[in-house]
Design a protein around this ligand. Structure first.
Ligand code: PAF
Length: 280
């Protein structure tokens, strides 16, 4: 069966309504395309929970700042669709910007809580309101019961989960562990921007985070471990936006040695910005 692609909300709703009429459970995998194994894992995890998986492909202009990479963000729809078909997805929703934000569109979801943790939000102030707005729309458009999000964008996962709870959206947000290359480098659509040398260098981000996590687990103060990680990253040629240890559920600064913690980092290699995080 060829994977069906729909480009407007009416057609999407028609498909998902027929699934519901048959008593089928569905999961949505929101993406911006440029798919890699990490996205396909989200589809596979969706298929474990649901009878039908809809993947959305939409490069959301509202989550890019004026100086960011909206124009050069990789667009690879034909290859994406082929991979989704192989992975067993049932439907692709790939709308044009006008379908999502028609003329006169005037609503935005403004978030606090995990969206104001002083991490991604500090460097990309427009980002989470743009994500929350589009994801709330994709949730209501798809009417899926499950939504699959990668832990690679850990702050985003917590923001989306908070938004769905706060707006009483009847959907369960599932976090899926980050898929990594053998080197430890987290898979990301933005890895496509890296030169061969940068790609090699990028793997040390995960190594340095892992070393910091080991030290914290062994009793070192998180601030000391993250300061050392920052120095190690700078020495290896990264420009560091942040390296931080935070409470894994709230992203607040850790207070107790035994609370669940997450180490999160954002760095630049040349003109490419990479983010990663691991559990402590
Ligand atoms: O993680 C992404 O690719 C995007 O932020 C998302 C969730 C698809 C919203 O545009």
């Amino acid at each position: 069966m060829t994977l069906k692609i729909v480009r407007n909300i009416l057609d999407l709703r028609r498909e998902t309504a027929s699934w519901r009429a048959q008593g089928l459970v569905s999961a949505v995998v929101p993406t911006m395309g440029a798919l890699h194994r990490g996205h396909l894992t989200l589809v596979q995890e969706g298929l474990k929970r649901a009878d039908r998986v809809v993947t959305t492909i939409f490069v959301n202009p509202k989550q890019f700042g004026p100086q960011e990479d909206l124009g050069r963000y990789p667009r690879t729809e034909a290859a994406d669709v082929a991979q989704l078909e192989e992975a067993g997805a049932h439907l692709v929703f790939a709308p044009q910007p006008n379908e999502v934000y028609p003329p006169g569109f005037a609503t935005s979801i403004v978030m606090a809580g995990p969206a104001k943790a002083g991490l991604e939000d500090k460097f990309r102030p427009h980002f989470f309101d743009g994500v929350a707005t589009v994801v709330a729309k994709l949730f209501t458009q798809s009417e899926a019961q499950f939504a699959m999000f990668g832990e690679k964008d850990y702050q985003q996962l917590l923001v989306v989960r908070r938004m769905a709870r706060d707006l009483d959206l009847p959907i369960e947000v599932i976090g899926v562990p980050t898929v990594r290359e053998e080197s430890g480098l987290a898979l990301s659509s933005r890895n496509a921007y890296l030169s061969k040398a940068e790609h090699h260098q990028a793997a040390s981000l995960h190594r340095i985070l892992t070393q910091a996590a080991v030290k914290i687990k062994a009793g070192q103060k998180p601030t000391r471990a993250t300061a050392a990680a920052r120095r190690a990253l700078t020495t290896r040629g990264f420009r560091v936006d942040y390296v931080a240890a935070r409470n894994a559920e709230t992203l607040a600064l850790p207070r107790e040695a035994d609370e669940p913690m997450r180490l999160l980092a954002a760095v630049w290699l040349g003109t490419t910005r990479l983010i990663d995080n691991i559990a402590v």
